[in-house]
Design a protein around this ligand. Structure first.
Ligand SMILES: C[S@@+](CC[C@H](N)C(=O)[O-])C[C@H]1O[C@@H](n2cnc3c(N)ncnc32)[C@H](O)[C@@H]1O
Length: 233
């Protein structure tokens, strides 16, 4: 078990970095939209393609997306890179600070694609289960959810370093109960939920359709116009 108080932020090589106090083996996590991992994702876009397809992104169309579980902002960045205007909501103070730092540096990037994507990203420190989406501006076309799930909290060789750190940091966090239903009532076009391939449906709601990736899947819930979910469902 661990809590946010076991972690601290420090500046390392110009990046705001999250470390676990007294446990350097866990490594250090930053938000760097210029880093090799993001470049890799842009060059070999297998997973991002699934994310973009799941979100209904089309060339020349600028969707308004709320990423209600922003984390390290990697998915949000891919959506912004593809032309979406993305509002990121993150409830962890520490992760919000990392995202803010990452966005500031991305705005100064030498890579115009990174600068352009950053210009389409906004960040709010908020709990998505309690904030009123209507107060955040125009109705979103898409709401994207990638909540932590218990299976991810187990240590596994497959779990990437950053995600393992997030699991440790957010171990005590309450689940985002009711977030899917709320999103279904707020998104103009669709809600996209990222899940492990073998996990059950979020809030036990069957999606309109699914897209499978190598280790995860996207459950897509169409909300327009006739399939919009009512409060009684
Ligand atoms: C699996 S991570 C998301 C990873 C993200 N998709 C990425 O690409 O980096 C889940 C994140 O959702 C955040 N989160 C969970 N419930 C939330 C809520 N109700 N409101 C805001 N953020 C939430 C957690 O703090 C965590 O940072």
């Amino acid at each position: 078990m661990s809590a946010e108080s076991d972690f601290q932020l420090c500046k390392k090589d110009g990046l705001l970095t999250l470390i676990r106090v007294g446990d350097p083996s866990l490594g250090a996590v930053s938000v760097d939209f210029d880093d090799k991992t993001m470049a890799w994702r842009q060059r070999y876009p297998q997973q991002p393609e699934a994310l973009l397809k799941a979100s209904g992104v089309r060339a020349g169309q600028s969707l308004r997306v709320i990423d209600a579980t922003a984390g390290l902002g990697q998915d949000a960045f891919m959506l912004a890179h593809a032309g979406c205007n993305v509002l990121m909501l993150e409830r962890s103070l520490l992760l919000h600070a990392l995202l803010e730092d990452g966005l500031q540096r991305a705005a100064q990037s030498e890579d115009v694609r990174v600068r352009n994507a950053a210009a389409r990203m906004q960040l709010v420190l908020a709990d998505s289960t309690s904030i009123d989406f209507a107060t955040l501006g125009d109705t979103p076309d898409v709401i994207y959810l990638d909540p932590m799930f218990p299976e991810r909290r187990k240590k596994s060789a497959k779990v990437k370093k950053n995600m393992f750190m997030l699991q440790q940091l957010l171990d005590d966090e309450p689940p985002a109960d009711g977030l899917l239903l709320k999103a279904l009532q707020s998104a103009q076009k669709r809600v996209v939920v990222k899940r492990p391939r073998i996990a059950g449906f979020l809030e036990e709601r069957k999606p309109s359709f699914q897209l499978l990736g190598s280790s995860s899947r996207f459950d897509i819930y169409m909300t327009q116009p006739t399939s919009r979910v009512s409060t009684s469902s």
